[in-house]
Design a protein around this ligand. Structure first.
Ligand SMILES: NC(=O)c1ccc[n+]([C@@H]2O[C@H](COP(=O)([O-])OP(=O)(O)OC[C@H]3O[C@@H](n4cnc5c(N)ncnc54)[C@H](O)[C@@H]3O)[C@@H](O)[C@H]2O)c1
Length: 699
């Protein structure tokens, strides 16, 4: 017995309680006493059945991922050995599940003969989200319980299911509303009484028969669920492993699963994804915002502007269960904005992801107004009006008069100085930036811009609120474009230059999609609308030869059927357009540029490396608290491929010394400032260090 594993008795039923806070992870210090307790109970003739339950807020919610790559991870007894012990126990074993049975936790539960749960419990094998697959029999046992199709979906997406679903699909044997352990004991006692032969999950084959008889049909299902895997190895390996459960004897499938696991866990993609997992946790830690800072209460949110961003922002809150008052300049603009919101929900209804009833309930949570006075009852007001300082200041001046003391005032500005906006109020300590990304109801990132005077409790409130509505918050400092757009700008100028010097939009886009992006920057520009950037450039007095010329020719992207590419009517597929090629050649000629062949390597170096360089400056200036925050921004706001871990993690993989050498090379060739290596990058490179080392305080 240990503090972590205790055994109590209720007649012939032994209850093994695991208590390894916070989430009962399967670390070695839990596995050892659990194994010892099971060994003892197996030999104890007075024990007729065993219930495994957990103390605290959850059942075992996974492996201890801090053990990955360390000897503890595989030290005996490992999880596979524990499961073998359970499967060959000889008396009924029952997992009693509350909270989450995730990853190794669910694998252990599938080693038991039975699983019972409370109604709020969740079951899942989320390993794929860390670039892995379940490595202790999950891919071989789950199909035997829920059938191969459902197992495939759960393992390839990593998404959990609820208790009701688990019961219906065969993963759970009983679900109780309350008194889990008492009910589990009664359940175990019944099984003892019934005396039916015990069948381990490994020996159940009945649910595999249909798929075995139609492997081609199953392969089609695999193709469907792995469609979005885009260069990621783990989803493919997950699917293959489930397929192996159909085609191979149990032990062979188990061994193969293990081989896949070992291959994935030592691969770059999983390292990148695990980096992101920890990075996201880390991003929530903000200097000066300690655990004792009390957040403010937010019950109603106001949104000013029902345009592209305002509408999406308002939807995010309503989707998170928080009512919104949305204000526009006039009734026509308001109705247009609400109309777009309604149509967005209609799309969800037509896709089956939202019911008509739910849509009606959500629409009822929007209150439209053109009267600023109606914002008086809001606890937080987010401004999403035109990107002009004068307009923003006027709006914040009004808010200062109308909003109650203690209300938080936020701006969704992309570039403007949050301190200057805050100074338009008498309460700059309650002002901050909440920079959402388009489409705001979809994209997960929220850059929280901390002004010079923003109070810690305001930050704490907004960080908590972001999580409540399913966003990923990253706190950043004030500068032009904050973290994401500032780095994007460093890349954008080079994209233009590459076009003029000889590359084509299709060639550049392919370099990006080969890297793992869902689409390249030009296809993305066409999708978002080229007029947005055009307007921004004009307001900043900036130009971009090719992009401006396209807009002048009325080529705004998909919405006008042509942009960098041509789009057939009703199609979103980009086709290269000789007209654009001609236009680029003309612009190059005007500038005296001789176009040449550009290699893919040059495209990579001239687009990614300036971004990383800018990222280093952002870290040096403390606009981002740590390099990994930048990775979280890029993965969640811009779709940076997760298998690469974000630009700063990727930079470490490239090697900073090599990066500096290539930046200097391109600086020499082009004279462009974006290639001038930042002092921080140069220092780290000279010392043979990495961004990871810097973050760990070792550089
Ligand atoms: N579009 C993007 O991708 C994006 C991304 C992040 C942030 N932003 C920022 O969000 C803000 C809004 O951008 P958008 O793309 O939604 O613009 P938009 O033009 O689509 O919407 C702006 C809306 O604000 C309304 N408006 C203007 N002045 C107003 C006022 N004084 N009172 C009430 N309503 C007013 C307009 O009628 C319009 O409907 C800008 O600051 C922009 O920089 C935009």
């Amino acid at each position: 017995m240990s503090d972590i594993v205790t055994v109590t008795r209720d007649g012939g039923v032994a209850v093994v309680t695991l208590d390894n806070p916070p989430v009962n992870a399967l670390s070695l210090r839990l596995r050892q006493p659990l194994d010892a307790a099971l060994a003892e109970l197996k030999d104890d003739e007075t024990v007729e059945a065993v219930v495994i339950a957990c103390a605290g807020r959850t059942f075992i919610s996974g492996a201890d991922i801090t053990e990955f790559g360390k000897p503890e991870a595989t030290a005996s007894p490992n999880l596979r050995e524990l499961i073998v012990r359970l499967e060959s126990f000889g008396k009924p074993t029952v997992a009693a599940i509350h909270g989450t049975a995730f990853g190794g936790g669910l694998e252990l539960a599938m080693g038991c003969h039975f699983r019972v749960a409370v109604a709020t419990a969740k079951f899942g094998l989320p390993e794929v989200k860390l670039g892995l697959l379940p490595g202790a029999g999950g891919t071989v046992r789950l199909p035997r319980l829920v059938g191969p199709s459902k197992a495939l979906g759960m393992i390839v997406t990593g998404n959990p299911i609820g208790a009701k679903d688990a019961l219906e699909s065969g993963l759970a044997d009983a679900v109780f509303d309350e008194d889990l352990v008492a009910n589990a004991i009664a359940f175990a006692r019944e099984k003892v009484k019934a005396g039916a032969p015990l069948v381990a999950v490994r020996d159940r084959d009945d649910r595999l028969a249909d798929a075995r008889a139609d492997l081609a049909g199953f392969d089609a299902e695999i193709a469907e669920v792995t469609k979005k895997a885009r260069g990621l190895d783990a989803p493919k390996r997950c699917a293959e492993a489930v397929r192996n459960a159909l085609t191979m004897p149990f032990d062979q499938a188990l061994t193969t699963e293990r081989e896949y696991f070992v291959e994935l866990v030592s691969g770059d993609q999983s390292k990148a994804q695990r980096h992101l997992f920890f990075a996201q946790r880390e991003a929530a830690r903000v200097e000066g915002v300690d655990a004792d800072v009390r957040p403010r209460q937010i019950s109603r949110v106001g949104v000013i502007g029902a345009g592209t961003m305002g509408g999406g922002i308002a939807m995010s809150f309503v989707n998170g269960g928080i009512p919104v008052t949305i204000l526009e300049m006039n009734d026509e603009a308001l109705q247009r904005g609400l109309g777009v919101i309604g149509r967005n929900y209609d799309i969800s209804v037509s896709r089956g992801s939202l019911t008509e009833d739910a849509k009606a309930r959500r629409m009822a949570m929007f209150t439209g107004t053109t009267d600023y006075g109606d914002l008086a009852g809001c606890d937080l007001v987010i401004e999403a009006v035109f990107e002009e300082m004068a307009v923003k200041k006027e709006v914040f001046g009004k808010l200062d008069h109308i909003c109650r003391p203690g209300a938080i005032l936020a701006t969704n500005t992309s570039y403007l100085d949050v301190n200057e906006i805050a100074a338009a109020t008498s309460r700059p300590e309650d002002v901050l930036g909440m920079h959402f990304f388009s489409p705001a109801n979809v994209m997960k990132l929220l850059e929280i811009v901390r002004g010079d005077k923003t109070r810690p409790d305001v930050l704490a409130t907004v960080i908590g609120l972001a999580k409540r509505i399913g966003k990923v918050p990253v706190v950043v400092g004030v500068c032009h474009g904050f973290v994401g757009n500032r780095m994007l700008a460093a890349r954008s100028t080079e994209l233009e230059s590459l076009l003029l010097e000889g590359a084509t939009p299709a060639q550049i886009d392919k370099v990006f999609t080969d890297f793992g992006w869902p689409m390249g920057p030009f296809a993305m520009g066409d999708l978002a609308g080229l007029d947005i950037g055009w307007r921004t450039r004009k307001s900043l007095g900036k130009t971009a030869a090719v992009a401006d010329a396209l807009c002048e020719a009325g080529r705004f992207g998909q919405k006008t059927g042509k942009g960098y590419y041509l789009y057939e009517k009703g199609s979103r597929t980009p086709t290269p357009d000789p007209e654009v090629e001609k236009l680029i050649e003309e612009k190059a000629r005007e500038r005296g540029i001789n176009r040449r062949d550009i290699s893919d390597q040059e495209i990579t170096e001239r687009t990614y490396y300036p971004m990383i360089n800018e990222g280093a400056k952002i870290v040096d200036e403390k606009i981002a608290a740590r390099p990994s925050d930048i990775d979280i921004v890029w993965v969640n706001g811009y779709g940076y491929p997760i298998g690469k871990g974000g630009p700063m993690h990727h930079a470490d993989a490239i090697g900073l010394a090599h990066l500096v050498e290539r930046l200097e090379h391109w600086h020499g060739k082009t004279g462009h400032d974006v290639f001038k290596p930042s002092p921080l990058l140069k220092r780290l490179a000279a010392e043979g260090k990495s961004f990871a080392a810097l973050q760990a305080g070792k550089a």
